[in-house]
Design a protein around this ligand. Structure first.
Ligand SMILES: [Zn+2]
Length: 346
């Protein structure tokens, strides 16, 4: 048998193996299992070009997609107590944290960035799901507080982009305390009459979905993303009822009034600029399509869902309606404060 294993097998292997093609050039789509060439995939903003499945996108790429010319300034996050509970499961939390920090080169799961979108001032607080599942501990809470402060100081809109499994278990009750803290933080933005918009991405669950992520003036979600509090199985076992297949998806939440718009990734920036323009009483929508080559028109999101009230016809009519509503209300607040009245009232 020696000649078989020592001679024939290596020969066959050398014939079969494709040494020239590195493994990482191709990726398989999780939804349709189609093969995706990595460069095409990057160009398509990590959206499968066979079936339109929205994959998770690295947080830095996400931020570049949002801001004008992809340029933004990162706001340094304040430091917090390191491993306050000296927590240990299979591994020490401190070790886990150190490892993740050195691997990803950032201190925690949140990035605060300031810049402009359609020349309007914006502060974005984006989650990095790669950092311990985007879990919210004291550092993330502190980051959101800083993001809100920065937005108020710069008279900018605040956009939160959660991608999180929920509270960080290793910080116990301290992580749960971030829920009311973040709510208070975004309330400051609202009190200042500035827009607070949430872009829900896959996944937004647990303590994050139960706090700041669900109190935006406007909730936008990416197609197919998972949004929920407890897992589907847990709920099913509790209420002893079968749940629909699309339960806890962006589309399901839109149908049930929790999400205002589901917008494809390529149209998100354009739609946000339009919305911000309305809320800031500027009018970027007219010039948007000419100057912005990276986004397509962003029509679908708004026209399909017609803001949040009902399905209306073409987008100009929907926009006109929003504008009319805004005009009709007395401008008691400063810019942008009006639009949210309809949500907070409910
Ligand atoms: Zn696919």
């Amino acid at each position: 048998m020696n000649w078989l294993t020592n001679f024939i097998r290596p020969k066959i292997r050398s014939m079969v193996e494709q040494k020239d093609v590195p493994d990482n050039l191709w990726q398989k789509c999780d939804a349709c299992e189609g093969m995706l060439f990595h460069r095409d995939l990057t160009e398509n903003m990590s959206v499968c070009y066979h079936c339109g499945y929205h994959m998770r996108i690295p947080v830095m790429d996400r931020l570049r997609l949002m801001f004008d010319e992809g340029r933004f300034r990162e706001v340094a996050a304040p430091s917090v107590l390191f491993d306050p509970l000296k927590f240990k499961d299979r591994k020490r939390y401190s070790d886990r944290l150190k490892e993740t920090r050195s691997k990803l080169g950032r201190n925690d799961a949140i990035i605060i960035a300031s810049g402009t979108m359609g020349d309007l001032p914006v502060v974005i607080a984006a989650f990095d799901f790669a950092f311990m599942g985007g879990s919210m501990g004291a550092a993330v809470g502190e980051g959101l507080v800083l993001a809100a402060d920065t937005a108020v100081r710069q008279k900018a809109a605040l956009i939160a982009i959660p991608a999180s499994g929920g509270a960080r278990m290793q910080e116990g009750a301290l992580s749960l305390m971030q829920m009311p803290r973040t709510i208070v933080a975004v309330e400051q933005v609202k009190a200042a009459g500035l827009p607070y918009i949430v872009l829900l991405t896959d996944p937004t669950t647990g303590g994050v979905s139960a706090s700041f992520a669900m109190v935006g003036d406007i909730h936008i979600a990416e197609p197919g993303c998972m949004i929920g509090f407890a897992g589907k199985r847990v709920i099913q076992e509790t209420i002893r009822e079968a749940l629909p297949d699309d339960f806890q998806t962006a589309e399901y939440l839109r149908a049930h009034g929790m999400v205002d718009m589901v917008i494809a990734r390529k149209d998100i920036r354009g739609s946000l600029i339009r919305i911000l323009g309305i809320l800031f009483h500027k009018n970027p929508s007219l010039s948007l399509n000419k100057g912005d080559s990276r986004t397509s028109e962003g029509r679908n999101g708004i026209s399909k869902n017609g803001g949040k009230k009902k399905d209306s016809g073409s987008e100009p009519r929907a926009l006109a309606k929003i504008k009319k509503t805004l005009k009709a209300k007395p401008a008691a607040n400063t810019n942008g404060g009006n639009a949210r009245g309809k949500k907070n009232a409910g």
